[in-house]
Design a protein around this ligand. Sequence first.
Ligand code: ADP
Ligand code: MG
Length: 590
Amino acid sequence: MMASMAHLQEEKLQLQKELLGLQEKLAAQENKEHSHSLQLQGQVKSLQMKVLEQAQEISRLRLELDGTDAVKRQGLVAAKNESLWQEMKACKGELWELWRQQQAPCQDCAHLQENARLQEQVAQLQWEAEEMRASMVELNLEVQQKTNRLAEVELRLKDSLAERAEEEERLSRQLRDSQETIASLKSEAQQIKDAIKTVEVESAEEKQALCESQSQNQHLQEQVGMQRQVLKEMEQQLQKSKIMEAHLKAQIMMCEGELDRTHETMLKEMQEMEEEKNRAIAEAFFRAQAEMKAVHENLAGEEGIGGLTWLILGCHTTCPSPCLVLAGVRTNLLTLQPALRALTRDYNNLKRQVHDFPLLLQEAMQSIRAEVGWAIKEVHTTNQELLRKYRRELQLRKKCHNELVRLKGNIRVFGRVRPITKEDGKGPEAANVVTFDADNDAVLHLLHKGKHVSFELDKVFPPQVSQEEVFQEVEALVTSCIDGYNVCIFAYGQTGAGKTYTMEGTAANPGINQRALQLLFSEVQSKAADWEYTISISAVEIYNETLRDLLGKEPQEKLEIKLCPGGSGQLYVPGLTGFKVQNMEDINKV
Ligand code: ADP
Ligand code: MG
């Protein structure tokens, strides 16, 4: 094509050159003719001037003829005039002939023929040139189109290459995953065989099983509700018993304090009594000593000190005068003896008491300790029992959840139809094209381009359904997330369908996100006494297969999704930014 174009261009140049030559020739010919005609016109003009001059001469001569030989000269002039007239006529004829020649081209004029031929050739060439130009334009257009197409094809090729690379990458990833899955599946082969058997049996009675499972589902949901209630009650009981335990412990502490204090006061009292006793004994001793001394002195005044023992010993048998003194002493001793005896008794009593007190105290302490220990044991066993029940319920709840998930399916698809809003206007955009089935809340009918289409989903929410009702349907998922299950909720639909409204909602009417987080935090708080939860938040964007960390310092950095080692099947994103959060405000701030 390029070669033919070049050839055409060459031809075109050649023709243009020829055309130019012809045009030059034509112009020269025209010039020549023009000068010829100008020449002839000049001749005519000069002849006319001559005629005018002759006429003037005639009139002058006529005037002269009025003189002597006027008649003779008139004859001459008339003859001259006649000849001049003839001359003029001939000139006019010649001029006419020339003019005629010029006006009506003669057929055999070589120049004119040449001219006409050239003009024809010129017209032909011009037409050809025009055609060439048109074909050139066409060719140019074609070339342009082809270049565009080539660019497109190149682009597509590039895209498809990139796609292929991505596809390859994805496939290799899939291959790796599948290999891992195969490895894990191999180990579960027996289980799968069993499961297949069960499924086979189940498939035979599918319809019946479906009905049964639906009713079972209902039943399980009720059970889950009930168990949740029971669990709550038990948790409350646990809480109460814990409070009671704390109360009892405080009481025990108080009792022990009291006991210690009593012990101390008793010890103090005993010490005081001991001191009192010692003092009394010392006093009695001193008094007895003083009295003895007095008696002694009395006796020494009469018979000397050395005879005292004898006097006392012989007082019943000896003479009456020393007997009088002895009687005084005796009475004194007799009066002292009961006091001494009482003191001794008191002393012995106190001594016994002091001796017995630690024993008594120990006994009392032991009995109190036993009592308290028993109470604590009782509380502990109750706690243990409650804990056991709680764990059992938790286990049961997990089992129920598993069953529920099995029956309801792991993936559930809901449809929500939003009401027609002001923004829809009043035109065809605001037409209602959706209808519902009053008996079946899982069906949606649509009028699309004049055709009726129906869709079956797990559940359909009509426009009047509130945010709360939508949340109720997914509420259980939040609880199972606390029980250790992975949960994902996502909204899909065209712009303006109501995704943001359903997920985020408004401040006055919050959506699933806000409600789920609120529930999560309240559940965590109610279990705070027994469990420790850590909640952290991360945000990623997946757009055109590219993963980005939205909370990271470098949002342009591309991340990867990886399979957790250990065959758990869990996924994770290495290096993903996460923030620990304690409440809703923290989350909203992040
Ligand atoms: P999307 O996020 O899918 O583009 P929006 O959530 O922004 O759509 O919804 C579009 C408009 O419709 C918003 O003005 C929103 O308030 C309104 N809207 C959506 N769903 C409902 C609903 N269930 N009830 C009332 N208004 C709604
Ligand atoms: Mg939106």
